[in-house]
Design a protein. Structure first.
Length: 316
């Protein structure tokens, strides 16, 4: 009799402890995979997604592939092993990430793509990205107003594997080609990286010492170019424009070393991706009218830079 009672008490205790080990409101794991959090853009992307997921009752794990598709594939495998409810992915490669996404789908885990697109539709439940064409047009229009309609300039580009890089470069070209006396005398790929931007700008300066302007596909490359121009004593005569709206870039706009930046609403669509994932898990639909969703960018100049009250957030 004693043994039976004791077994019952132990069993009941185990049930109670198990019940409290996982909060009743926990909705499961969301895996968030970003590029490289050493860049404030991707750091914000991961932080906002994680905080949003946790507020909604999920546990959330953020990891980074740093642009490597093999690492990305391994992280997807881990997400599958950990029985993630959903995966929020900033793809490493527009084509090379497709296989990893298919693995997740085969494991019945929905994937929500943010920031960088996949070159295949119908896989991700949603693709939430900045309107890079609109942002590039804003950037180029502002840049030409400051530089003028003649003279030599150079361009710093992101990696060819990222569709955002090509979209921005094409957007710049669409505007600047309307000014036949503006000559692009040099162009380099600096892979969204500040150090590479610095090094590539040094090379561009040696070959093109009389440039009037630098148009850059992102802020990190632009800030690297500014450092190279400062070192060469040429920053005062050269207009540099960025793209992203990172905190360092906003500070550079305020102090006048960076002419402008174009802020991507990464904090907005990172949160929205989590919300749509939650809706999908509960209803089978994202609530959005289409898979691909574009979020307009915002031009940041000295006039409105003070309204950035948090990373990648502009107050009204």
């Amino acid at each position: 009799m004693y043994n039976k009672s004791r077994r019952f008490i132990l069993a009941a205790t185990t049930v109670v402890m198990t019940a409290f080990a996982t909060p009743v409101w926990a909705e499961g794991l969301m895996t968030i995979i970003v590029n490289d959090p050493s860049n404030p853009y991707w750091l914000t992307e991961g932080d906002v997604a994680q905080k949003t997921a946790e507020k909604m009752g999920y546990t959330a794990k953020v990891s980074a592939h740093k642009g490597d598709t093999n690492t990305e594939s391994q992280l997807i495998d881990t997400a599958i092993t950990n029985k993630s409810k959903a995966i929020i992915l900033d793809p490493a490669n527009a084509d090379g990430s497709i296989g990893s996404v298919k693995k997740a789908i085969a494991a019945n885990i929905p994937v929500f793509v943010i920031n960088a697109e996949l070159n295949q539709s119908g896989l991700a439940k949603a693709q939430l990205v900045s309107n890079n064409a609109q942002g590039a047009a804003l950037a180029a229009q502002q840049w030409v107003q400051l530089v003028g309609d003649n003279g030599d300039y150079v361009e710093l580009k992101g990696p060819p594997s990222d569709n955002n890089s090509a979209t921005r470069a094409n957007g710049f070209e669409t505007v600047l080609s309307q000014y036949p006396d503006l000559k692009k005398s040099g162009s380099e790929v600096a892979n969204w990286d500040r150090t590479q931007g610095y090094n590539k700008m040094q090379s561009l300066l040696q070959a093109n010492p009389n440039v009037k302007g630098v148009i850059s596909g992102n802020d990190e490359m632009a800030l690297g170019a500014i450092a190279a121009l400062k070192e060469a004593g040429k920053l005062k005569g050269v207009t540099v424009g960025g793209f992203d709206g990172s905190p360092d870039a906003v500070d550079a706009v305020k102090d006048g070393t960076l002419a402008y930046t174009v802020m991507q609403p990464v904090a907005t669509f990172a949160a929205k991706a989590i919300e749509q994932a939650d809706t999908f898990l509960k209803t089978g639909k994202t609530g959005a009218s289409s898979e691909k969703q574009l979020f307009d960018c915002i031009l940041i100049t000295k006039e409105n830079a003070a309204k950035i009250t948090a990373p990648f957030m502009l107050s009204e």
